[in-house]
Write a protein that binds this ligand. Sequence first.
Ligand SMILES: Nc1ncnc2c1ncn2[C@@H]1O[C@H](COP(=O)(O)OP(=O)(O)O)[C@@H](O)[C@H]1O
Ligand SMILES: N[C@@H](CCOP(=O)(O)O)C(=O)O
Length: 300
Amino acid sequence: MKRWQISVPASTANIGPGFDSVGIALDLYLELEVQPGLEWEFIPMSDAVQGLPAGKDNMIYETALYVADRYGYSNLPACTVRMNSVIPLARGLGSSATALVAGIELADCLLSLQLSDEEKLDIAVSLEGHPDNAAPSILGGCVIGYYDDKVHYIQTPIKDVRFLAVIPSFKLATSDARAVLPDQLLYKDAVKASGIANVAVAALLQQNWKLLGEMMTKDLFHQPYRESMIPHYKEITDSLQEAAYGVYLSGAGPTMIALIDEARADAVHAHYRNMYPDFEWLLLSCAAKGSFAEELAVEA
Ligand SMILES: Nc1ncnc2c1ncn2[C@@H]1O[C@H](COP(=O)(O)OP(=O)(O)O)[C@@H](O)[C@H]1O
Ligand SMILES: N[C@@H](CCOP(=O)(O)O)C(=O)O
């Protein structure tokens, strides 16, 4: 009887103006331990995953079944899945994408599909609609991508900077934070927004963190519409701006992230954590490696 360990990194999407397109994998993980069982059961092993569906209504199972169906299988052998995660849910750190990617890895293990990264990407992004969370969770590093009939992307490493996440205590579902965005932009505004995003991406590729930070605050695609959903957004981001290259809304929020020089990160973290103790603070790094599954030794 085989057993597996599946590991999927969280992600921070948009990075300011890279709306629905730019994302970075973070060293914060959803981990699953999978072993054959009598019926499907998802057991939470950490606080972050308490209260999630425990059976076939869990998103990880639903995704795995979707993959099975896509490859011509009508069911999956029942398993007990122990879920361990430190990714806060509905905070803008890509937890739903980690569940989706974990489901793909799960089906891959149980059905010996031997999916390539490209196949995993195609499945995940066709389900999410945008590649900014799922692509870095699968590939690791920073991924700049666009999806139509396939995922067009560039993957690039991130070095010398840390991500200081300021996490409010309330949840904000991505669907709610997308509902406040406009249906259309005026042509001249779209040109301006695209110019800002182009410079941000070029800065990212050249690791020009100062220029990237400047472009973060100029975003016209999503942050201006979402800021008012997050109490103290302006106060906190203005304050952090003094110690950071730039500050942005992570994914759909409510988490805010300051991009900080690696050498100063610990000191900045300690200082701001004391200033705003009502928030959860996490000092994170880019995860160079994406999702993976490995077979565990059979228990005696
Ligand atoms: N490990 C998991 N197992 C099952 N469902 C999950 C898991 N992690 C996240 N989800 C689902 O994803 C939802 C959060 O998704 P979303 O609103 O997109 O926020 P985010 O992806 O920013 O955390 C959770 O409320 C839950 O329904
Ligand atoms: N581009 C999406 C990203 C959502 O990320 P999440 O981590 O909040 O799920 C958006 O901004 O809506």
